[in-house]
Design a protein around this ligand. Structure first.
Ligand code: ADP
Length: 194
């Protein structure tokens, strides 16, 4: 199974990615998490990214301001990650793609790898829910101005991707404003798994 999870800040992407990974026994690839690990100098990333400290240093000014890191940087990161053997059998991408360009690049990359995306799952929640859930976390980039900026960028840059996947008949839209168990159940139902 190969899935991407789309949604704004606090929409529950990471919670659902974890649950679905457990269900399908596949790995979760979270770009936000990889960038935070790189910024904290986590050496365990070196098996995938030889230049972890450079990645962390370059990403820092963007992540701390709630801006998107440049497309080229994140595309290189995903390319290296998806080429590793541990994700040959499937994956869930969380936090990628976030721009139309990233979505197109993912399709090119999957063509190269001879792989196919099964579904793009969009967790739809009202803006007020995104903001209140994000402010309830304790990440350094969860300060009010930064959260608002991430939400704004979500509407500007990520929402257009929904149409990209919809046109390809690959989009599943789920109401993310319910308890995690219900959201997961709904996703599994739409994926036609009892
Ligand atoms: P959230 O859950 O609030 O949406 P993430 O943990 O997914 O946040 O991402 C945190 C930050 O990492 C983003 O604000 C952005 O700076 C950076 N980031 C993560 N994924 C991407 C991406 N695909 N493209 C560009 N920047 C990204």
């Amino acid at each position: 199974m190969r899935l991407v999870i789309l949604g704004g800040s606090g929409s529950g992407k990471s919670t659902q990615a974890q649950r679905l990974c457990r269900y399908f026994e596949i790995l979760q690839i979270s770009t936000g998490e990889i960038l935070r690990q790189a910024m904290s100098g986590d050496k365990s990333l070196e098996s995938v990214y030889a230049k972890v400290s450079t990645l962390g240093r370059h990403a820092q000014p963007y992540v701390t301001r709630g801006e998107l890191v440049p497309d080229e940087m994140i595309i290189d990161l995903i390319r290296l990650r998806l080429k590793k053997a541990d994700v040959d059998c499937g994956w869930i991408l969380e936090g990628y793609p976030r721009t139309a360009f990233q979505a197109e690049e993912l399709d090119f990359l999957l063509d190269d790898l001879g792989q196919k995306l099964d579904w793009a799952i969009y967790l739809q929640v009202p803006e007020a829910v995104m903001v209140s859930r994000s402010l309830g976390r304790s990440r350094p980039d969860d300060q009010p101005e930064i959260v608002h900026r991430r939400v704004e960028i979500f509407y500007d840059r990520t929402v257009p991707i929904l149409e990209y996947y919809d046109r390809r008949r690959r989009l599943l839209t789920i109401n993310g404003d319910q308890i995690p168990e219900m959201v997961e159940q709904k996703i599994l139902t739409l994926l036609s798994i009892p």
